[in-house]
Design a protein around this ligand. Sequence first.
Ligand SMILES: [Zn+2]
Length: 256
Amino acid sequence: MTRFKTTLGISITVLALLATTAFTFLARAAQAPKKIRVLLVTGDDVSVHPWPVVSKAIKDMLAASGRFEVRVCEDPGVLESAASLARYDLVFLDFYNASTPTLTLSPAAKENLLNFVSGGKGFALCHLSSASFKEWPEFRQLCGRCWVMGTSGHGPRGVFKARIAQKDHPITQGLEDFEADDELYAKLQGDAPINVLVEADSDFSKKTEPLVFTLEYGKGRVFHETFGHDGKALENPTVQKLTQRGCEWAATGKVQ
Ligand SMILES: [Zn+2]
């Protein structure tokens, strides 16, 4: 009898402990902010752009912040399904259709991406991605500024001073000017209103060029960074911070 009582006592204690643990776990899960779901579209670029390395670096830096859940897709055809797209908060484009220059998105894929962003979600892109889909004028509006072959350019890749152009934006708050090791993109084309966050003086254009900027698109937001020539360019801690915060801002409208 005593043994039975002891066993019963232990069982009740164990059950109570389990219940408390489960409750604590559920309470914490409810408090933790929901992860931002990112669809990272990649899979092609010019030969000097190692897209598998760059897309992995982007995925890793987003995951490292603890704020994102990233799925990588190596086929822009993924945009064909509005239902698939609806599962995400942000589409990140690290892609230029170099080996398939005539590739374009289907009308449905184009409409889905525009509806996704204008409906209130986020779009982010880096480096040469803005040169994609040349035949699609609205894509230029979505990117704010675009690389145009034969017009846009850059000096030799190297170290240059990048300036924080706006210090009171949630994406740049507390960040200092920094030395980037990348190509300084110049003469991007476009006239959509953009909010420049990072800029640099270009030897190529002899002008101050916007390197990181945001824009509104319908109810949604776009984060555009020209960094990302290769893995080394993305090792810079300020570039990583800008990318993490920029993606969060584009997806949610704020940075926690
Ligand atoms: Zn490049």
